[in-house]
Write a protein that binds this ligand. Structure first.
Ligand code: HAM
Length: 405
């Protein structure tokens, strides 16, 4: 038996109904904030991802050469392609641009629960507003979207400025290595690394920075620093709004394009792969041939939201199964058409089964059965049975529509 590729999943109808239900909730919120949906290609020129992150990123991506010898990559995330698209379309766009997307992404990772090789991100990007108001909007939007899904989560909001300020004396390579260890929360190796650099005191400062609960506490550790006012303005706006979060100046983010504000959210009921959102402020447009424009955004890990929510039954329109005999087939097809025109999900027997077998199948799939025998066909009626209550009555097909709805 052929199997699906490692790290991918199939979704049965029930799961798709659950996913669509949550997607629609996310779309509804982003739409209300003026974020309009876009779509970019599933694959891009590999260069789009290596130009910022270097060739190292290739080992985490699905890359391939096409028949024309072009090096392509399946998108590992949404942001780079959105900014590429922005640069391509920029001339006609009035800023700020507010876009959102639901994209499948591909990463060559070791699969486990909540970590897949094909997964979906619901992202939002806001391009061209270099302000704390813009950053606050992105965070508040993310918060409202996560709330709308029903997950319980904790939002951590941070800023790279204090950490970068602490690390400002380190050579670029060491800075990157230290930040990578911090991102992985690998404090043991971080301590060893800093000891080797003879920077033991940095370890203590970094540990205290991570524990800071206010910007004032951070300033005591780092001293005054560039970006301080901006951080304070953002926190002031957030604190004036109805949002629960904790300040976390230890957030580093795995992707390396972030420039200032960063944030992450964690589902309260998930284990190892509990990060359900990541985002922040970044600059990418200039790397793709555009002007250097400030942007911010986030990606919600859609699949992890679904894992966190577990099983549930989304509200769905009732379904009618039309049960008929060979003699009443044409009347049954017409009645089914009428039901569908009335907005009702309708299925009918296509297996040439007898009435009893049709009823047995309908008991599993439908909320109502419309039985059409000879008498009903002649009278222009159906015998409508409510499969839950067992009640049944013979009525005109048109009346059955309002009865089911
Ligand atoms: P990211 O943190 O790499 O950020 O991914 C965003 C979210 O996608 C993660 O928080 C996680 O929930 C989910 N995710 C990542 N990898 C996997 C995986 N292998 N399986 C399942 N879910 C996964 C970004 O990608 C940025 N583009 C976010 C952003 C947008 N920043 C600014 N704008």
């Amino acid at each position: 038996m052929l199997q699906k590729p490692r790290g991918t999943r199939d979704f049965l109808p029930k799961e798709m109904e659950q996913r669509r239900d949550i997607e629609m909730r996310l779309r509804k919120v982003s739409g209300k904030w003026g974020y309009r949906e876009i779509c970019t290609p599933t694959f891009e020129n590999q260069e789009l991802y290596t130009v910022r992150s270097g060739e190292g990123i290739i080992k985490e991506m699905y890359t391939f050469e096409d028949k024309g010898g072009r090096m392509l990559a399946l998108r590992p995330e949404g942001t780079a392609a959105v900014l590429r698209m922005y640069v391509n379309e920029a001339k006609v766009l009035s800023k700020p641009v507010r876009w959102c997307y639901l994209s499948d992404c591909y990463r060559y990772e070791r699969p486990q629960k909540g970590r897949y090789r094909q997964f979906w991100q619901f992202g939002a990007e806001q391009i061209g507003a270099d302000t704390p108001e813009g950053e606050a909007e992105i965070i508040l939007l993310a918060y409202e979207m996560l709330k709308a899904t029903g997950v319980t989560f904790t939002l951590h909001i941070g800023h790279l400025a204090p950490m970068k300020h602490l690390l400002s004396d380190l050579p670029e390579d060491d800075k990157k290595a230290v930040m990578a260890l911090l991102d992985k929360k690998n404090f043991e190796d971080l301590k060893i690394y800093l000891e080797r650099l003879k920077k033991e005191e940095l370890y203590d400062s970094l540990k205290s920075l991570i524990e800071c609960e206010t910007i004032d506490e951070a300033l005591k550790i780092c001293g005054d620093m560039p970006g301080r006012e901006r951080m304070e303005d953002l926190i002031r706006i957030l604190d004036s709004q109805d949002i629960e979060y904790r300040l976390n100046l230890g957030i580093v983010r795995g992707l390396d394009y972030y420039t200032g504000m960063v944030f992450e959210g964690f589902a309260d009921n998930l284990g190892a792969e509990n990060q359900i959102i990541g985002g922040g402020s970044y600059r990418l447009a200039h790397l793709f041939g555009g002007e250097d424009v400030a942007s911010c955004g986030f990606g919600i890990g859609f699949d992890r939201i679904m894992v966190s929510l577990g099983d549930f039954t989304p509200k769905k329109a009732p379904c009618v199964a039309v049960v008929y005999t060979p003699e009443t087939a044409s009347y049954a097809f017409s009645a089914a058409k009428k039901f569908r025109e009335g907005g009702i999900t309708t299925e009918l027997n296509i297996l040439k089964k007898g009435i009893a077998a049709q009823m047995k199948h309908a008991a599993k799939t439908a909320d109502y059965v419309a039985v059409i025998g000879q008498r009903e066909a002649e009278a222009g009626t159906v015998t409508l049975k409510n499969m839950e209550s067992g009640e049944q009555k013979e009525i005109k097909a048109e009346d059955a529509i309002s009865e089911v709805r």
